[in-house]
Structures are given as C-alpha cells and as structure tokens.
Design a protein around this ligand. Structure first.
Ligand SMILES: CC(C)(COP(=O)(O)OP(=O)(O)OC[C@H]1O[C@@H](n2cnc3c(N)ncnc32)[C@H](O)[C@@H]1OP(=O)(O)O)[C@@H](O)C(=O)NCCC(=O)NCCS
Length: 171
C-alpha cells in the first residue's frame, strides 16, 4: 500500500496522465477511445479541465523515492453535456496504473472527486462503465453509485461488441 497525496493536476503532470490514459486506450476495452491521445490532443484535454468545477485530481506518492513516478493515477469531473439544464450534472472518470491497482487509490481519488463535486454544488454524478469491468463497477457501488441500466452493444473494440452500465450518484 502506497501513501499518496490527492491533489489537483498541474501542467507538468500531463505526460504521466497521458501515459496512464493511453496505456488503457491501447490495451483495454475500459476506454471507448481507440486511438491514443497525441500530445496536442492531450493539451486540449488538459485545457478543457481548466474550469475549477471540472478538476483533474492526481494521486502522488508522498515518498517519491520509493516509486519513480509522480502520478500513480488520476480522476476527473467532466461536463455531462453543454446543454445548460445539465449545469449541475457531471461525469466521472478514473484511471490507475495497472501495477498500482487494488491499493486503495481509485477509492481515494473518487472520494476526493465526490467531495469536490459537493463543494461545487453538483447534484448528480454519472458514470459509464464497460459491463465486464467488475473492478470499476464494484468501486462505484462501494462509493454509493446506483445502477441506472445497461446500454447493450453500444461499443465495438478489438472485435468485441460492448455493453455499458450507466451509474448515478445523487449528491
Ligand atoms: C477500476 C479502478 C479505477 C479501481 O481502482 P483501484 O485503485 O484499483 O481500486 P481500489 O483499490 O481503490 O478498490 C476500491 C474498491 O473497489 C473494488 N475493486 C477495485 N478493483 C477491483 C477488482 N479488480 N475486482 C473487484 N473489486 C474491485 C473493491 O470493492 C475495492 O475495495 P476492496 O479492495 O476493499 O475490496 C482501477 O482498477 C483501474 O484503473 N482500472 C482500469 C481502468 C478502469 O477501469 N477505469 C475505470 C473506467 S470506468
């Protein structure tokens, strides 16, 4: 178990954040992106989170000497829709380096993200989870998310048709 501080992402974190995300894009069905983000796309993504209502949080080891990384995982809030009536609804996203999963970091990041969402007076958090992703479904359930339903065969990656479970957390 690694002792981590949860803090807001800084621009200097961007290469590590992209490394974490792109590894999942390339090797898992948990992201429905197929192409890794280029540095320019990553820059745009980072800038799209400059509004403090939509933070990117990072898990950083408190004793960097023990782990040669700054970010072991990250989580973000994003707008669910730019239609104004959705102003108090956001979508969550969370990614942990494979070698640091099951060490409590996803839970720690999500708990901080939920606290931040409460701070900004969001009313509902939504999440889309690929249906075979038991770890993520279980993490969401532990944090109080309720299943809304399953969207069947909405994704296609690595030659597989993929279902998506929609979850909500009423704050
Ligand atoms: C899903 C993910 C974010 C969970 O983060 P994590 O740091 O590994 O999870 P934690 O150690 O904080 O676990 C918290 C709880 O979630 C559940 N959980 C997490 N991983 C699990 C797994 N592989 N199987 C079953 N339950 C799991 C457990 O209830 C766990 O509590 P416990 O350890 O006391 O049993 C992480 O594994 C990950 O990044 N996976 C790949 C990317 C991904 O799926 N992202 C989410 C996209 S929706």
């Amino acid at each position: 178990m690694i002792d981590c501080e949860i803090r807001d992402a800084q621009h200097a974190d961007l290469p590590e954040l992209l490394e974490i995300f792109n590894e999942q894009i390339l090797n898992s069905v948990y992201s429905f992106r197929i192409n890794p983000l280029t540095p320019i796309e990553g820059e745009r993504w980072y800038v799209s989170h400059s509004d403090p209502r939509y933070p990117i949080l990072v898990a950083q080891p408190r004793q960097p000497a023990t782990v040669n990384r700054t970010a072991l995982g990250w989580a973000s809030l994003s707008p669910w829709s730019d239609y104004e009536a959705y102003y108090r609804t956001a979508e969550v996203s969370v990614w942990i380096r494979p070698e640091h999963q099951r060490q409590g970091l996803g839970h720690q990041l999500m708990a901080s993200l939920i606290a931040r969402a409460r701070h900004w007076d969001f009313r509902v958090l939504l999440s889309r989870v690929e249906a075979s992703n038991r770890g993520s479904l279980s993490l969401h359930q532990r944090l109080g998310f309720q299943t809304i339903g399953t969207m069947h065969r909405v994704g296609e990656k690595f030659g597989r048709l993929l279902d998506v479970v929609m979850l909500e957390l009423q704050l």
